[in-house]
Design a protein around this ligand. Structure first.
Ligand code: GUN
Length: 294
């Protein structure tokens, strides 16, 4: 069994990005600038955004965090997005999800300028991705592709089973694994809450990508020998024995599933750090595209 070490690979990617930023600075060019908007006080979201800002500092990007109260109206958020769209110093920005219930997420995401949409959530970018056109690929699926590539995991002709059809992970992942090329060329099954007898499907999978958010959902009996296991789950499970009062738990029963897997991502330290590294990568791409327009 080989551990797909997202912590290590994401560090490698950050080093590669940092050296490109050093070169930009040495040439007297503007360095990439990422902004992150967070609405409300959700603990997990605040932690993710703080990690994104910290990662920007680590690679030499500029960063701006925009914190808005949970009472923010849709109109106020749309106004903020329009400011970010026209702010020449900002190359890319993200709106951390989920948003409070008074705000229509789809409307918000459609207001982001596609050229600054480093999350790849705008319908124009999502459509381009589905049509194999060059675009921003959502950071978590992009991170999974990068892990498969750097560990030279064979995907050609394999049966990939994706668990969960979220717009952020499951849906784009199912499209990307079926695309022509590598990583891709897989036969993809997208499973979700209405799938019947899911274990009969997962047991046939060569590659399982689980993005469900149910701790320890995927058990050893649901997996065939030699399968590749990608665990996107990062649920906070209350635990009084832990100083933070919770433990981050994946969708996969790692202890037992890892005994059957050929490759597996740990939680934490697998897909999570890759998401941040690929967001930085998208921001670097956004800067380069803006530079070419200048
Ligand atoms: N919430 C959970 N994952 C993500 C992500 O990748 N981007 C944004 N903006 N919000 C998220």
């Amino acid at each position: 069994m080989t551990l797909l070490d997202g912590r290590k690979v994401s560090n490698d990617i950050k080093n590669e990005i940092a050296s490109e930023v050093d070169q930009m600075r040495a040439r007297g060019e503007k360095v990439p600038h990422l902004a992150a908007v967070i609405v409300g006080n959700d603990g997990a979201s605040l932690t993710y955004v703080a990690s994104k800002v910290k990662a920007c500092e680590r690679v030499g990007f500029e960063s701006t965090m925009v914190r808005l109260p949970h009472t923010t109206s849709e109109l106020e958020l749309l106004q903020k997005i329009k400011e970010l769209n026209t702010n020449e110093s900002i190359d890319g920005f993200i709106i951390q999800l989920p948003l409070p219930p008074q705000i229509n997420t789809q409307k918000v995401l459609m207001t982001v300028d596609p050229s600054k949409d480093v999350d790849g959530f705008h319908p124009e970018n999502f459509g381009k991705m589905a049509l194999d056109m060059s675009t921003f690929i959502p950071a978590t699926p992009f991170g999974i592709l990068e892990l498969l590539e750097r560990y030279k995991v064979e995907t050609n002709g394999k049966h990939t089973v994706v668990i969960g059809r979220s717009h952020i992970v499951g849906r784009p992942m199912s499209i990307l694994m079926g695309r022509k090329g590598w990583p891709g060329n897989s036969t993809v099954t997208l499973t979700h809450s209405h799938t019947k007898n899911i274990e009969e499907i997962t047991v046939q999978a060569d590659i399982i990508i689980s993005a469900l958010g149910v701790p320890n959902f995927l058990k050893a009996e649901m997996v065939k020998d030699g399968a590749v296991i990608i665990d996107v789950g990062i649920t906070r499970v209350p635990d009084d024995n832990h100083p933070k009062g919770y433990v981050i738990t994946g969708d996969v029963d790692f202890e037992n599933v890892s005994k059957k897997a050929s490759f597996i991502t740990p939680v934490p330290g697998g897909v999570g750090p890759m998401t941040i590294a690929m967001l930085l990568k998208n921001t670097l791409i956004a800067r380069e595209q803006r530079k070419n327009k200048d």
